[in-house]
Every structure is written in structure tokens, then in C-alpha cells.
Write a protein that binds this ligand. Structure first.
Ligand SMILES: Nc1ncnc2c1ncn2[C@@H]1O[C@H](COP(=O)(O)OP(=O)(O)OP(=O)(O)O)[C@@H](O)[C@H]1O
Ligand SMILES: O=P(O)(O)OC[C@@]1(O)O[C@H](CO)[C@@H](O)[C@@H]1O
Length: 315
């Protein structure tokens, strides 16, 4: 069982436009609505692959919960007041995506405690807890850190995908896995990471601080897995990009799905990249299932080429 936690879930609205022109009235050529939020998306991929999952999130039994049930995910809703935020993505024909994320629910201290307590209860029967996304308005930036601590004490392995101060606090609690993109990792270590060698060094720094695995997603350059002893790189196959929203979440889900099926880290990385590549070929925040993912299109994991220039990737 993989429990996901999304402290700031969303309903994702995607609007396709011929071209993004600031100040103009744009005529949409298509639109869709998906459940959203990073942990929620991980659960959606897991459910597509038939893996047991539940999605812990603040909010009532509203539209998001019913969208999730339709996607085969069991939502576990914790106390909150107000409506789930709506995040809007404007997507141009070449896949260029402009995203407007609302701040989200304002949670009281008691509601934040209830979220952490709910994680603690479900973590005791989980193989992994994935805590991901931004922190809701008003919550302290140590929220993911509190979740990591509660889940680890309950005996689960923990994966984190967040950014900024929230990532810093979470890392201090030594989760088992972190999944930053290059920009998030650069912010964490406090300097730019223009080449793969820099990304490797930054990821190794985290491993020497006690994190077992760093899974770095690098946009079109694929992804990297680094642990204390080894590192592997898998390049992404070239795909026609429809929407990059949720690609990182699909990457993380793909990695955990493969580990759960007994794969070693390099093979899990291949499946992760195959899932990320499949996600970018899908519209809006649609996430892939087995029918969309073809790991044979992805080359096997190899020793990272540290001279690879990442300038322009995965910001
Ligand atoms: N332009 C692209 N071409 C091919 N594959 C891509 C492209 N962009 C992303 N991917 C795939 O998706 C994975 C995740 O992408 P990325 O690093 O952009 O994640 P992210 O920044 O965490 O995304 P998000 O937060 O939107 O989910 C990459 O490792 C890669 O496999
Ligand atoms: O505002 P956050 O929590 O940082 O990110 C939320 C979000 O952009 O992340 C997901 C894609 O990864 C989307 O489903 C969702 O809209």
C-alpha cells in the first residue's frame, strides 16, 4: 500500500489556446478538468497500474473526492473549511504550458494537526508514504517535515516532492527518497547546477546527509538516481509534448511501482522515465497507465555522463 499526502490539493483546469497573448481575449480550442495536486497525481498513476493506494488530503467530500473515486483512488479527507483551489493551465499547441496555481485552503492549526494525525494512522500499514506539493496558506513550512517524521515513526518509508523551505525542512527529517527537479535541487543546495556533474554532486551531498535515494527529474534530459554508492542516468525518449503537468509525479509513481514489483534502482529508473515521458504526451493533468507506458522505448540506465550540459532543461 502506498499512501500519498497532498497538503494542498487542487482541481486542475486545462485550457488549450492557439497562442498565449498577454492582454488579449483568447478563444479556447479545448478544455478539461482533472484531479490535481502532486500526491493525488501519484495515487492516480498507482491506481491506473492497479496498485493499492489512498490519498490523504484536506477537504470535504466535494468534487475532488468524487473525481478521485472515479479514477479508482480512495480519498481520505481531513478537516478543512472552504473550497478546494482550482489551478489553471494554459497550453499552446507545442505543449508550452503557463500555469496559474491558487494559494489553496487556509487551514487552522487544529486542521493541520488532524492531517498529520491521519497520516500517522495510515502510515502504519503503508510500504511508502509520499508527501508532495506546496504547503497550504497559513501552514508553516515544516509541514512536510512533520509528515515525514510521523510516517517514519509509524514504520513507513517516505518519499518527498516539494520545493523551497518546505523541501529544506523535509530533508532535515531524512526521508528515504526525495524527488526534486533541477531547479528545486539548485535552490536547496544554494547554487546553480548547469551540468550533470553539478547535479550529481548536489544529490551526493544529500545522500551523505542520510537520504537513501535522490531521484532528480531533468525534463527532456530524463532523470537520475543517486544513492550513497552509485548513480544512474536514463535519458527521456523524444516525445511530442502535449502537457508537462504531472510528469514529475508520474516519474515518482513509476519509480515506486517498479520498486514494488521487485526492480532494482536502475530498472526502476527506466520505468520512472517511461512514465514521465508518457505523461508529457497526455493532455492536461492526465496521468499514464500501463497502456500508455512503453519501457522498451527507453534506453537502459547508464553511468551518468557528467559533461552533459543541462542549461535550458527542467527549470
Ligand atoms: N520535454 C520533454 N520531453 C521528454 N520527456 C520529458 C519532457 N519534459 C519532461 N519529460 C519527462 O518527464 C519527467 C519529469 O519532468 P520534469 O523534470 O519536468 O518534472 P517536474 O518539474 O517535477 O514536473 P511537475 O512538477 O510539473 O510534475 C522527466 O524526467 C522526463 O522523463
Ligand atoms: O502548487 P503546487 O502544490 O506546488 O503544485 C500543484 C500542481 O501544479 O502540481 C501538480 C503537477 O505536479 C498539479 O496537478 C497541480 O496543479
Amino acid at each position: 500500500m502506498i499512501v500519498t499526502v497532498t497538503p494542498n490539493p487542487s482541481i486542475d483546469r486545462t485550457v488549450e489556446v492557439p497562442e498565449l497573448v498577454p492582454g488579449a481575449v483568447l478563444r479556447a480550442t479545448g478544455h478539461r478538468v482533472d484531479p490535481g495536486g502532486k500526491g493525488v497525481n501519484v495515487s492516480r498513476v498507482l491506481a491506473h497500474f492497479g496498485r493499492p493506494t489512498l490519498a490523504v488530503m484536506p477537504g470535504g467530500e466535494g468534487e475532488l473526492a468524487s473525481l478521485l473515486r472515479r479514477a479508482g483512488v480512495r480519498p481520505v479527507c481531513t478537516p478543512a473549511t472552504g473550497a478546494t483551489r482550482v489551478n489553471t493551465a494554459l497550453v499552446e499547441p507545442d505543449g508550452t504550458t503557463t500555469k496559474v496555481n491558487e494559494p489553496g485552503l487556509l487551514l487552522t492549526a487544529a486542521q493541520l494537526d488532524a492531517l498529520v494525525d491521519t497520516v500517522r494512522v495510515h502510515a502504519s500499514s503503508a510500504d511508502w508514504v509520499v508527501t508532495a506539493g506546496s504547503v497550504p496558506t497559513g501552514a508553516a513550512s515544516d509541514l512536510h517535515g512533520r509528515i515525514v517524521r510521523a510516517a517514519r515513526r509509524a514504520g513507513a518509508r517516505v518519499a518527498v516532492d516539494t520545493s523551497g523551505d518546505a523541501l529544506r525542512h523535509a530533508v532535515a527529517e531524512r526521508p528515504d527518497l526525495v524527488k526534486p527537479n533541477v531547479a528545486e535541487l539548485a535552490e536547496l543546495v544554494g547554487h546553480p547546477l548547469p551540468a550533470l556533474a553539478d547535479v550529481l554532486a548536489a544529490a551526493r551531498e544529500l545522500c551523505s546527509d542520510g537520504i537513501d535515494t535522490v531521484l532528480v527529474s531533468m525534463g527532456a534530459a530524463g532523470a537520475l538516481v543517486v544513492d550513497r554508492d552509485e548513480s544512474w542516468h536514463v535519458a527521456s525518449p523524444s516525445v511530442a509534448v502535449r502537457s508537462t503537468v504531472g510528469a514529475g509525479d508520474s516519474t515518482l509513481a513509476g519509480y515506486l511501482i517498479a520498486l514494488g514489483a521487485g526492480a532494482k534502482k536502475p530498472d526502476a529508473l527506466v520505468h520512472a522515465v517511461a512514465c514521465g515521458a508518457a505523461a508529457v504526451g497526455l493532455p492536461g493533468t492526465a496521468v499514464p497507465g500501463p497502456a500508455d507506458v512503453d519501457p522498451t522505448l527507453v534506453r537502459p540506465a547508464s553511468t551518468p555522463d557528467s559533461t552533459l550540459d543541462l542549461t535550458g532543461e527542467a527549470a
